[in-house]
Design a protein around this ligand. Structure first.
Ligand SMILES: [Zn+2]
Length: 123
Protein backbone atom coordinates (compact mmCIF):
# COMPACT_ATOMS: atom_id res chain seq x y z
CA UNK A 1 0.00 0.00 0.00
CA UNK A 2 1.29 3.49 -0.79
CA UNK A 3 2.05 5.99 1.96
CA UNK A 4 -1.14 7.27 3.52
CA UNK A 5 -1.13 10.49 5.47
CA UNK A 6 -2.98 10.86 8.73
CA UNK A 7 -5.10 13.93 9.31
CA UNK A 8 -3.36 16.09 11.91
CA UNK A 9 -6.63 17.27 13.45
CA UNK A 10 -6.43 16.43 17.17
CA UNK A 11 -10.13 15.52 17.22
CA UNK A 12 -10.51 13.96 13.77
CA UNK A 13 -11.62 10.64 15.28
CA UNK A 14 -14.26 12.43 17.33
CA UNK A 15 -16.12 13.74 14.27
CA UNK A 16 -18.45 10.79 13.82
CA UNK A 17 -18.88 10.26 10.10
CA UNK A 18 -19.49 6.98 8.29
CA UNK A 19 -16.12 7.02 6.51
CA UNK A 20 -14.26 7.30 9.83
CA UNK A 21 -15.91 4.12 11.19
CA UNK A 22 -13.35 1.38 10.51
CA UNK A 23 -12.19 -2.00 11.67
CA UNK A 24 -13.46 -5.58 11.88
CA UNK A 25 -17.21 -5.98 11.73
CA UNK A 26 -17.70 -6.61 15.47
CA UNK A 27 -15.17 -4.01 16.59
CA UNK A 28 -15.54 -0.86 14.51
CA UNK A 29 -14.19 2.40 15.92
CA UNK A 30 -14.20 5.98 14.71
CA UNK A 31 -10.65 6.62 13.51
CA UNK A 32 -8.44 9.43 12.28
CA UNK A 33 -8.86 9.84 8.52
CA UNK A 34 -6.11 8.37 6.32
CA UNK A 35 -5.68 9.51 2.73
CA UNK A 36 -2.97 9.79 0.10
CA UNK A 37 -3.47 13.56 0.30
CA UNK A 38 -5.53 16.26 1.97
CA UNK A 39 -6.74 19.61 0.66
CA UNK A 40 -6.54 21.73 3.80
CA UNK A 41 -3.67 23.30 5.73
CA UNK A 42 -0.87 22.49 3.27
CA UNK A 43 -2.08 18.93 2.97
CA UNK A 44 -2.21 18.23 6.70
CA UNK A 45 -5.95 18.26 7.39
CA UNK A 46 -8.92 16.34 6.00
CA UNK A 47 -11.30 19.26 6.52
CA UNK A 48 -11.56 22.87 7.59
CA UNK A 49 -13.06 21.56 10.84
CA UNK A 50 -9.93 19.57 11.63
CA UNK A 51 -7.71 22.52 10.66
CA UNK A 52 -9.72 24.75 13.00
CA UNK A 53 -9.50 22.13 15.78
CA UNK A 54 -5.73 22.16 15.44
CA UNK A 55 -5.55 25.95 15.57
CA UNK A 56 -7.90 26.06 18.55
CA UNK A 57 -5.58 23.72 20.45
CA UNK A 58 -2.12 24.77 19.21
CA UNK A 59 -2.48 28.12 17.44
CA UNK A 60 -1.33 30.41 20.25
CA UNK A 61 1.70 28.24 20.97
CA UNK A 62 2.59 28.14 17.26
CA UNK A 63 2.35 31.92 16.92
CA UNK A 64 4.45 32.44 20.03
CA UNK A 65 7.00 29.93 18.74
CA UNK A 66 7.39 31.44 15.26
CA UNK A 67 7.02 35.06 16.32
CA UNK A 68 3.97 37.10 17.18
CA UNK A 69 3.37 40.26 15.17
CA UNK A 70 3.86 43.11 17.60
CA UNK A 71 4.07 46.10 15.25
CA UNK A 72 1.91 47.37 12.43
CA UNK A 73 3.33 46.45 9.02
CA UNK A 74 3.11 48.82 6.06
CA UNK A 75 2.76 48.01 2.38
CA UNK A 76 5.62 49.70 0.53
CA UNK A 77 7.27 49.39 -2.89
CA UNK A 78 9.72 46.94 -1.35
CA UNK A 79 7.13 44.42 -0.21
CA UNK A 80 4.24 44.93 -2.64
CA UNK A 81 5.22 42.20 -5.13
CA UNK A 82 2.52 39.65 -5.83
CA UNK A 83 2.66 36.67 -8.12
CA UNK A 84 0.03 36.69 -10.81
CA UNK A 85 -1.11 34.60 -13.71
CA UNK A 86 -1.69 36.54 -16.91
CA UNK A 87 -4.82 35.07 -18.53
CA UNK A 88 -4.67 37.37 -21.54
CA UNK A 89 -1.30 36.22 -22.82
CA UNK A 90 -1.08 33.68 -25.60
CA UNK A 91 2.70 33.81 -25.71
CA UNK A 92 5.13 32.03 -23.42
CA UNK A 93 5.05 34.53 -20.56
CA UNK A 94 2.02 33.65 -18.47
CA UNK A 95 3.49 34.12 -15.00
CA UNK A 96 4.33 37.59 -13.76
CA UNK A 97 5.29 39.47 -10.63
CA UNK A 98 3.24 42.65 -10.21
CA UNK A 99 4.07 45.41 -7.75
CA UNK A 100 0.88 46.63 -6.04
CA UNK A 101 2.34 50.10 -5.43
CA UNK A 102 4.33 50.92 -8.58
CA UNK A 103 2.26 48.62 -10.88
CA UNK A 104 5.57 47.42 -12.39
CA UNK A 105 5.42 43.93 -13.86
CA UNK A 106 8.28 41.48 -14.20
CA UNK A 107 8.35 38.10 -15.90
CA UNK A 108 8.40 34.92 -13.82
CA UNK A 109 9.23 31.39 -14.80
CA UNK A 110 6.75 28.69 -13.86
CA UNK A 111 9.37 27.36 -11.46
CA UNK A 112 9.62 30.73 -9.70
CA UNK A 113 5.82 31.02 -9.67
CA UNK A 114 5.47 27.60 -8.01
CA UNK A 115 8.35 28.13 -5.56
CA UNK A 116 6.75 29.35 -2.34
CA UNK A 117 10.14 30.59 -1.10
CA UNK A 118 10.84 32.71 -4.19
CA UNK A 119 10.03 36.37 -3.64
CA UNK A 120 11.13 39.85 -4.61
CA UNK A 121 9.73 41.23 -1.37
CA UNK A 122 12.29 42.40 1.15
CA UNK A 123 10.02 42.53 4.18
ZN1 LIG B 1 -9.47 15.19 10.10
Amino acid sequence: MSELKLCQGPSCHQHQTKDRLKGPKDNKTYQTRRRSGFYYGNGNFCSLNCQNDWFEKFGNRAIDHFGRTTEVKHLTEDNAWQKAYDWSGHDEQLYIYRNGITKEERPLTKQQYDDQNYTLNSS
